[in-house]
Design a protein around this ligand. Structure first.
Ligand code: SF4
Ligand code: SF4
Length: 301
């Protein structure tokens, strides 16, 4: 049985597909979007974040670290990264929650045990499970087995993807995926690379193939002021989607900067410190523009 690295479960989600859903977040992403709301998702490895302001310097983690990676000197906790194996003992032992473990390895059975707890909510609401990230297709075999296990007990499945993966990875999950939530960010490949770290040719080619295969797809467009909200990009996006002939719905996800505090906690610089959320009028203009191509358009989420 495959195992995967997950960093969160969101219960009672109503923005990741139909009905009430459980969203499972898989760790690791090949993109580095400048506006990423989940910077803790990018590394595929389990990580440990230390919050010095919470630490009461009790020495509990130092005493129990099996690798002698921690020490206390001059009223400061020090870690030797070369010794740390990311076992998580420090986080488990800390009485002050000064260590936070990001990510844990789970088998498909363990993930299904979480999912089974929510089965009554799916039945009542027409909901199900959404696999998100990060990029869930960075762990293709685990994702496929988890989707198969969901379908085996009749649970509706959705996959939230950047589309940046080998086509064979997408193709092998289509029989077990009821809905794809497919992110589309920028149509110009050079600008896509500038703001996400990768070009967009693979993403567009995979979307063409997925649309041609008859899968149900909802397109998700993050609206990032100054990045992808200009008329030229929006027209190009709408035209591309229109030509696919099978896209019925587009969800606009207006930029917000709620995640800035995560960046400062992680000691990672935030790339868009001066960007403000788009106004309601601007989102309405974009919605109207997209609707003129015949799409059902929602905003928020
Ligand atoms: S994760 Fe494990 S090895 Fe690393 S510092 Fe914590 S207890 Fe030590
Ligand atoms: S166990 Fe927690 S509170 Fe105690 S020294 Fe380690 S990090 Fe600080």
């Amino acid at each position: 049985m495959a195992s995967g690295i997950l960093f969160d479960f969101k219960k009672f989600s109503i923005h990741d597909g139909p009905g009430i859903r459980t969203t499972a977040f898989l760790k690791g992403c090949p993109l580095h979007c400048a506006w990423c709301h989940n910077p803790e998702s990018i590394s595929p490895k389990i990580e440990l974040h230390y919050w010095p302001e919470r630490c009461i310097l009790c020495g509990e983690c130092v005493e129990h670290c099996p690798e002698d990676a921690l020490s206390l000197s001059d009223h400061t906790l020090q870690k030797d990264p070369a010794r740390c194996t990311r076992c998580g003992t420090c986080a488990a032992r800390c009485p002050a929650e000064a260590w936070q473990q990001i990510g844990r390895e789970m088998s498909v059975d363990e993930v299904m045990a979480e999912i089974r707890k929510d089965l009554p909510f799916y039945d009542e609401s027409g909901g199900g499970v959404t696999f998100s990230g990060g990029e869930p297709l960075l762990q293709p075999e685990f994702l496929k087995e988890a989707l198969q296990a969901c379908k085996a007990i009749g649970v509706h499945t959705a996959v939230d993807t950047t589309g940046y993966t080998a086509w064979r990875n997408l193709e092998q999950i289509t029989p077990y995926t009821d809905l794809f939530l497919y992110d589309l960010k920028l149509m110009d490949s050079a600008r896509h690379r500038q703001f996400t770290g990768v070009p967009n040719e693979t993403i567009l080619a995979n979307l063409r193939s997925l649309a041609a295969s008859g899968c149900e797809i909802i397109i998700r467009i993050p609206v990032i002021p100054g990045v992808n909200d200009d008329p030229a990009n929006l027209e190009s996006t709408a035209q591309f989607l229109h030509e696919l002939n099978s896209i019925r719905r587009v969800d606009l996800l207006p930029y917000h900067h709620i995640a800035i505090s995560k960046y400062s906690r992680m000691g990672v610089p935030y790339s868009l410190p001066d960007t403000s959320p788009p106004s309601a009028d601007h989102i309405q203009d974009i919605q109207t523009r997209m609707e003129s191509y015949g799409f059902k358009v929602t905003s928020g989420g």
